[in-house]
Design a protein around this ligand. Structure first.
Ligand SMILES: O=c1[nH]cnc2c1ncn2[C@H]1C[C@H](O)[C@@H](COP(=O)(O)OP(=O)(O)O)O1
Length: 211
């Protein structure tokens, strides 16, 4: 899938070089860098907040041990023969027994970004659509995972709506602290999967920065 839509968001005062997009093949040929894989699970829903505001999609992120938001996943290491094997191993540790049977595969791969500092590394991003029942099973059984309460403080749902005050919902969510390029991965996922329209994304980003 084209990666052009993934923006490299950085704090305006952050002068570190921005991560750059590379293809999966380019990424796999890079020497001397660690690979990490993360996945955005999502499911459609007919639920309405306050019986009025359509939720439309449940999108999962997690609160990490360091107080930042990110996606489930982690570093691929020498034990893993493929990126996806490493990702599924991390998912089993972080989200629990559901990942004995549910697997992320190469067809769920979306994009790769390389960063040079503080250490050269590549982050690979995946998205996977689930049924609402599958997604709720991850939420329910996540408390049985090895990393629950340690590396994973809890799963969170991303609100895709904006409330009448213009800030509650997605703009407020985007004002949180995100690990690495996970905020840019979230926006890329919402954009390319068309879970939100471009103008809705732009308005939410503007409100999160200016409210
Ligand atoms: O969601 C994420 N999106 C992009 N990069 C991320 C995300 N979460 C962490 N990271 C970065 C931070 C590190 O450089 C690596 C691996 O971190 P982590 O997932 O914490 O890895 P382990 O669980 O310790 O294997 O990716």
């Amino acid at each position: 899938m084209a990666q052009a839509g993934q923006q490299n968001l950085a704090h305006p005062e952050d002068h570190r070089p921005r991560p750059r997009n590379v293809t999966r093949e380019e990424a796999l040929q890079l020497e001397g860098c660690r690979h990490a894989c993360h996945v955005m699970f999502y499911a459609s829903t007919t639920a309405k907040l306050f019986d009025r505001v359509p939720i439309r999609y449940v999108v999962l992120m997690m609160m990490r041990f360091d107080g930042r938001l990110g996606f489930p996943g982690g570093f691929v290491d020498a034990r893993d023969s493929t990126l996806e094997e490493g990702l599924n191993r991390e998912l089993l540790e972080e989200l629990g027994p559901v990942f004995n049977t549910l697997k992320v595969t190469e067809k769920d791969y979306r994009s790769s970004q390389v960063r040079e500092l503080p250490q050269k590394g590549v982050t690979h991003f995946y998205t996977k659509e689930l049924t609402l029942e599958e997604l709720e099973a991850i939420e329910r059984e996540g408390v049985c995972a090895k990393d629950h309460g340690l590396e994973v403080m809890g799963l969170v749902r991303v609100p895709l709506y904006t409330l009448r005050d213009g800030f509650g919902g997605l703009p407020a969510f985007l004002s949180n602290n995100f690990i690495g390029n996970s905020k840019s991965q979230l926006l890329y996922g919402l954009r390319t999967l068309r879970l939100l329209r471009e103008d809705q994304i732009q308005d939410a980003m503007w409100a999160s920065q200016n409210t």
